[in-house]
Design a protein around this ligand. Structure first.
Ligand code: ADP
Ligand code: MG
Length: 374
């Protein structure tokens, strides 16, 4: 799973595709005052369907690299990320990001809780496990460091150094992206990581009384860097970077009628997320197109760790309740280019017939429906 898939673009250059997983969180009665039930459901390990708002007797079916249904455990989600981790021990870069509307489970997926650890703590634990399992005889020394930052209103803020100002993003002569002035804390164990990460996360969420607004409007970026140095001359050194990102909510803030400062924030969030969607699109398209990394802070930061030779997984989080309907559609359209209309009633289908034997009909013109088609 989640291995890099190399595809050739028009210029015959190898670019790695971003693997896309979708996770549907469990239905929550508290999010469904009208008691309407779910409008989305999984079909199998790659496919899901959602009611078509234009015609409730139809559903729209989407396919992904991986679909994680409501019952999926944190460990199972982690397994779709785990295969990219060994690469950062050999000087390669990787990124994992959680996308989706506020309330759909991004933070649960990435951070989790003490009892249900998310992708971030599991990945850090795994990296330490891999490094500790390395044999001295292989001739390399490993050192691990962490940085933790937030992109808020197109500003880069150091969460390990509260009160710091907007930091610049630079590129060195080897095309590595760096942030001069950003704190890099060396960590020697998982508990060491925990010691720095937990208070910094709290910093982030308690910095403002408008806790949820801020945390749903900023991108939280954890960077884990693994530097390995050869014992013997010429003491070669390799640096691998892993970005683990809890993105800002993807909901369309224009619809919720935000004004003033909130509107400005929405604009900035939309710029970063909009640019991210363009970047992922161009990486995953089979034709050669310019990848617009420089158009936002987030994508500029990820330039050396998303696409190129880097390994990336995007986890799109969605919620099943109707109140998330349009944001779910938006998130699914971001995550997948392919969808098709299926003409069967969503509700009746749960009665008896197995999903796999139900007739599947293509959209009227026999093509996959376009992105703006529904
Ligand atoms: P987001 O970060 O996308 O805004 P959260 O991670 O805060 O969303 O999730 C919203 C709510 O749903 C939280 O109460 C969270 O505990 C719960 N939740 C999300 N995903 C799951 C899941 N897979 N299983 C159980 N509860 C979940
Ligand atoms: Mg969150």
């Amino acid at each position: 799973m989640a291995q890099r898939v190399a595809v050739s673009d028009g210029a015959n250059k190898k670019v790695s595709r971003v693997r896309v997983a979708v996770r549907l969180r469990p239905y929550m009665g508290t999010q469904d005052e009208k008691n309407e039930g779910s409008c989305v459901r999984g079909l199998d390990s790659k496919n899901l369907e959602i009611i078509n708002w234009r015609n409730a007797t139809e559903t729209v079916k989407y396919s992904f690299d991986v679909f994680h249904g409501e019952q999926t455990t944190q460990q199972e989600v982690f397994l779709s990320v785990k295969p990219i981790l060994p690469h950062i021990l050999t000087g390669q870069n990787a990124s994992v990001f959680a996308y989706g509307p506020t309330g759909a489970g991004k933070t649960h997926t990435m951070m989790g809780t003490l009892n249900q650890l998310g992708v971030i703590p599991r990945a850090v634990r795994e990296v330490f496990k891999m490094v500790n399992a390395k044999n001295e005889d292989e001739g390399w020394d490993y050192s691990i460091s962490m940085s933790y930052l937030e992109i808020y209103n197109e500003k880069v803020l150091d969460l390990l150094s509260p009160g710091s100002q907007d930091l610049p993003i630079r590129e060195d002569k080897d095309k590595n992206i760096l942030i001069p002035g950003l704190t890099h804390t060396t960590i020697t164990s998982f508990s060491d990581f925990h010691k720095h990460f937990v208070p910094a996360s709290l910093n982030r969420t308690t910095a403002s009384t408008k806790i949820n607004q801020r945390s749903s409007r900023s991108h939280a970026v954890l960077l884990l860097k693994v530097v390995r140095t050869q014992h013997a001359p010429p003491h070669r050194q390799q640096t691998g970077k892993l970005y683990l990102i809890d993105l800002a909510g993807s909901e369309d803030n224009r619809r919720t009628g935000n004004q003033g400062i909130r509107l400005k924030e929405s604009g900035a969030i939309n710029l970063s997320l909009f640019t991210l969607s363009k970047v992922v699109d161009s990486l995953n398209s089979s034709t050669a197109v310019r990848v617009p990394y420089r158009d936002s802070k987030l994508t500029r930061l990820l330039q050396d760790s998303l696409g190129g030779s880097a390994h990336s997984v995007m986890i799109t989080n969605i919620a099943p309740e109707y109140k998330f309907y349009f944001d779910t559609f938006g998130a699914l359209n971001f995550a997948s280019k392919s969808k098709l209309i299926v003409n069967k009633p969503f509700i009746c289908e749960t009665v008896a017939v197995p999903v796999s034997v139900l007739p599947v009909k293509r959209a009227r013109d026999g093509q996959e429906a376009g992105r703006s088609g529904t």
